[in-house]
Design a protein around this ligand. Structure first.
Ligand code: F0G
Length: 480
């Protein structure tokens, strides 16, 4: 922090060095065309060796530290009473400032258990914004997801530094009319589907105050916590003088229950639920051995448990967590220089393209974000993720639920990519923007009922992919 440059504008500077690498493969464009067609234009279905820069997700693919890898070698492989688990449990208590921890194999397993225990058919679950798997679990258990976001949340361009905040007036109003029917209030720190947008600490404190007064349970999803902590420190004046550790303590003072995907939060694979309330802990505990595994591993490997323990310390180290959001901001800045529409302000997790603005000549039912994802792969070998209408599910009458905001996410797994790789992405996608009129829409050829974005297949709704490939060859010649 605080490094000034002599000749250059500020740019993000990594406070780590790379000591292990993985060689990458960039297929020629004709092979990329074959691969994306075979994958049904769904980037989840591409093989990793068909992908050049994998910007699908940050889940389980952040770069681990030397200390994490070293800790994995020391794991105690016991089914019951593992020393590795004891180390994690004590670190989790210290990190979240709560006394009771339940391990699970990943974030959605926690969503499964929390929904099963707390949601009765017909209940409302209040969210600042939903997440795909969280919503699916809430609905399967008979709950109805109610999102109380501010209008800025779904404006692609905004100056609001905390688009993830819950609208407190709407919260008061729902409590007034529906109080006895609310299962819990879920705050996602920060919000995945609207572009990794953070929640302010002030908002969390207000939400907690209102919920405590009304005896409502506050559940935090802390999967994307590290970016959110960084944004509180950088953007929330009132708390700027505090360290990340001090901010973290104030954040969790506002929750009754916290769950997270450690795949994101601590760069190793697992999940867990934490609470300060013994009765709630006992209620939830029964389901862990049934669905996850014995209480001292919860479906996680002991090696991953050791890496999570170290990762939690690193999650409170400013120099370890600032690289992600700073690279994302730099990528957004470069896109904006070329007029490519991105979500602003830049959030965490990845750089988000506004597919509705990028492909404004397509209709929402042609799946703009899905089509753009497919075109990006063709033009660059980069795998992004559709975060728009395909990631929603159809209404009961079979009609589409058009997403509030139609995004392509270019995730930047923490500490994985270099600035030159980001420049390549910006270059190819800027070319695509200037040739956007060649991109057409998609339609489903295979459509699963639940979480269709994972396994669904789509095809072009008019012949456009080959034309795009031909234009690429004209402009780039034999270049990959
Ligand atoms: N909550 C949030 C905010 C998430 O982003 C995720 C996963 C989960 C819960 C579920 O956790 O994957 O460990 O079961 N997000 C990933 C993504 C899959 O790519 O955004 P999980």
């Amino acid at each position: 922090m605080g490094i000034k440059f002599y000749k250059s504008q500020e740019f993000p500077l990594e406070m780590h060095k790379v000591r292990t690498i993985q060689k990458l493969n960039l297929l020629p464009i004709d092979e990329r065309l074959k691969a994306i067609k075979k994958a049904g234009n769904n980037t989840f279905l591409l093989e990793s060796n068909e992908v050049f820069l994998d910007m699908l997700t940050d889940s389980g693919v952040n770069a681990m530290s030397d200390k994490q890898v070293a800790a994995m070698m020391m794991a105690d492989d016991s089914y019951a009473g593992s020393e590795s688990y004891k180390r994690l449990e004590s670190k989790v208590k210290e990190f979240f400032h709560m006394d009771y921890f339940l391990p699970a194999h990943q974030g959605r397993a926690c969503e499964h258990i929390l929904s099963k225990v707390f949601i009765k058919p017909g209940n409302i679950v209040i969210n600042n914004y939903h997440f795909t798997t969280a919503k699916a679990h809430m609905e399967i258990n008979g709950g109805q997801v109610l999102e109380l976001f501010n209008k800025d949340a779904v404006e692609p361009k905004s100056e609001n530094p905390f688009k993830g905040d819950l609208d407190l007036d709407k919260l008061q109003a729902v409590i007034k009319s529906e109080k006895s029917n609310i299962a819990f209030v879920r705050m996602e720190l920060g919000t995945n589907l609207i572009g990794g947008q953070p929640v302010s600490l002030k908002n969390l404190q207000e939400v907690a105050k209102i919920c405590r007064k009304n005896n409502l349970l506050v559940v935090f999803d802390a999967s994307l916590l590290t970016d959110n902590l960084y944004f509180i420190k950088e953007r929330e004046k009132e708390f700027q003088h505090l360290s990340i550790k001090e901010i973290n303590k104030l954040v969790f003072a506002c929750a009754d229950i916290v769950y997270c995907s450690f795949r994101k939060l601590s760069s190793a694979r697992g999940g867990g639920i934490v609470t300060r309330n013994k009765d709630l802990y006992i209620k939830l505990r029964e389901l862990i051995p049934l669905y996850e595994g014995f209480l001292t591993y919860g479906g996680m490997s002991v090696r991953e448990i050791e890496a999570i323990t170290v990762g939690l310390d690193e999650a409170l180290d400013y120099e370890m967590i600032n690289q992600g959001p700073q690279f994302i901001a730099e990528m957004c800045r470069m896109f904006q220089e070329n007029n490519v529409p991105v979500i602003t302000p830049p959030g965490g997790l990845g750089c988000h393209l506004d597919a509705r603005a990028f492909l404004s000549h397509l209709k929402p039912e042609e799946y703009q974000a899905g089509a753009l994802c497919s075109a990006i792969y063709l033009a660059s070998g980069i795998r992004g993720m559709e975060r728009g209408t395909i990631s929603e599910s159809r209404k009961e009458d079979g009609s589409e639920t058009f997403a509030n905001i139609e995004l392509v996410r270019l995730a930047l797994p923490r500490r994985v990519f270099t600035l030159s790789q980001i420049r390549y992405a910006v270059d190819r996608i800027s070319w695509l923007y200037d040739n956007r009129h060649l991109i057409g829409g998609l339609k489903f050829s295979e459509e699963p009922k639940v979480l269709r974005f994972f396994l669904g297949k789509l095809e072009e709704n008019q012949l456009w992919q080959e034309k795009l490939v031909n234009k690429f060859k004209v402009d780039f010649g034999d270049s990959l």
